[in-house]
Design a protein around this ligand. Structure first.
Ligand code: B12
Ligand code: SF4
Ligand code: SF4
Length: 291
């Protein structure tokens, strides 16, 4: 093995181990009312080639403002594209939601359980701490890096289909071979759809993981053989149909429930995720069994 490949593999291993250690040990990955209870299980970590042409395609699939990894990196560090930033990789992770939280959400029919709502509020705070930790770890080793989802230039926009952002964490995870999209609009990994995800871009060549899924929807049973509509039945507001996910209906329903979440759970974010629990794709890739 040539020395450059060896360095790249060692770095990839170090990054994956450090992310797993942080998830295991960080006090922020804990439920606020139970310090022994983590919010997330062991993460899945994969790498994408930042120059993968898929990132250019995302400008058509998502929107023209969706950033390529190089654009995100040069924007963060106020550089010009011609400043020589060429070898770029993306580190993408999936934070699977713990069983206790998933189980608590299964029995809900109109609004998320307390632990599910906590996972959105406290879990995303932890996800941000992880993004920062990964960037810090790379910065002290003199690499340029960025977590685009927490940069001041990160934005959500609206089109006729609903909200979308200029750095979609699920599309990044797809590029890194972590899973596929689904009828409900969630991202189904080998550990299922009930998770949160994040990513960091770095000017370092890391071994890109292959995308093995045949299509961007291969892990969803509806797209495999039309044999599942469990998420359609789970949605209390009819936002999921065989035509897909109506983001307007979904967002409207979640926003309307915000007061209940504030009053009963003491947190300031809308949540739901009923379509991500009590479904065959909750904690596994259901299409795998069919192969
Ligand atoms: C805006 C937003 C929303 C909006 C719109 C969601 C949406 N589907 O885009 C609303 C308010 C509705 C929403 C709701 C929820 N959200 Co939200 N949201 C986001 C946010 C901030 C941006 C999403 C974005 O940019 N989407 C881009 C658009 C284009 O995606 P899309 O329309 O779904 O994409 C479709 C097309 O691209 C299509 N496609 C068509 N052709 C092709 C071709 C190729 C090659 C590919 C790859 C794809 C593709 O596939 C996609 C799926 O159908 C992200 C955080 C982030 N920065 O990523 C979180 C995020 C998507 N949300 C998340 C979650 C968990 C939720 C909720 C469960 C709320 C909760 N926590 O209780 C619900 C779930 C709703 C649902 N059924 O999916 C997670 C998703 C994780 C997962 N398990 O999938 C994210 C990633 C946050 C995180 N950091 O983990 N959310
Ligand atoms: S519940 Fe069934 S149809 Fe819905 S996303 Fe999961 S596998 Fe696909
Ligand atoms: S589609 Fe939206 S409103 Fe419907 S169950 Fe999923 S998160 Fe809730």
């Amino acid at each position: 093995m040539d020395p450059k490949t060896l360095v790249s593999q060692k770095m990839a291993q170090m990054i994956e181990e450090e992310i797993k250690r942080f998830v295991r040990e960080s006090p922020l990955n804990r439920m606020p009312d139970d310090a022994n209870q983590t919010i997330f299980e062991e993460p899945m970590v994969r790498f994408a080639d930042g120059n993968d042409p898929l990132f250019i395609e995302y400008k058509k699939i998502i929107g023209p403002d969706h950033l390529t990894p190089i654009e995100a990196l040069v924007k963060t560090h106020n550089k010009q594209p011609e400043d020589g930033v060429k070898l770029v990789s993306v580190i993408s992770w999936i934070l699977p939601i713990i069983q206790k939280t998933r189980e608590s959400n299964r029995s809900e029919t109109t609004a998320p359980s307390k632990y599910w709502a906590y996972t959105k509020w406290y879990g995303e705070k932890f996800n941000n701490a992880l993004r920062k930790h990964v960037v810090d770890m790379l910065t002290i080793r003199a690499y340029l890096s960025t977590a685009p989802a927490v940069q001041p230039f990160f934005k959500s926009e609206k089109n006729e289909k609903g909200d979308f952002s200029n750095w979609s964490e699920r599309h990044i995870a797809y590029a890194a071979g972590l899973g596929t999209f689904s009828l409900s609009d969630g991202f189904i990994t080998e550990k299922g759809i009930a998770h949160r995800c994040g990513s960091v871009v770095v000017d370092l060549k890391l071994p890109a993981n292959p995308r093995t899924a045949k299509t961007p929807f291969s892990n969803c049973l509806y797209y495999v053989n039309k044999n599942c509509i469990a998420c359609i039945k789970r949605c209390p507001v009819g936002a999921i149909t065989e035509a897909g996910h109506d983001k307007h209906k979904c967002k409207h329903y979640m926003d309307a429930d915000l007061d209940h979440i504030k009053e009963d759970y003491g947190i300031g974010t809308a949540a739901c995720g009923l379509c991500q629990t009590k479904v065959p794709c909750e904690f596994t890739n259901p299409a795998k069994k069919l192969k």
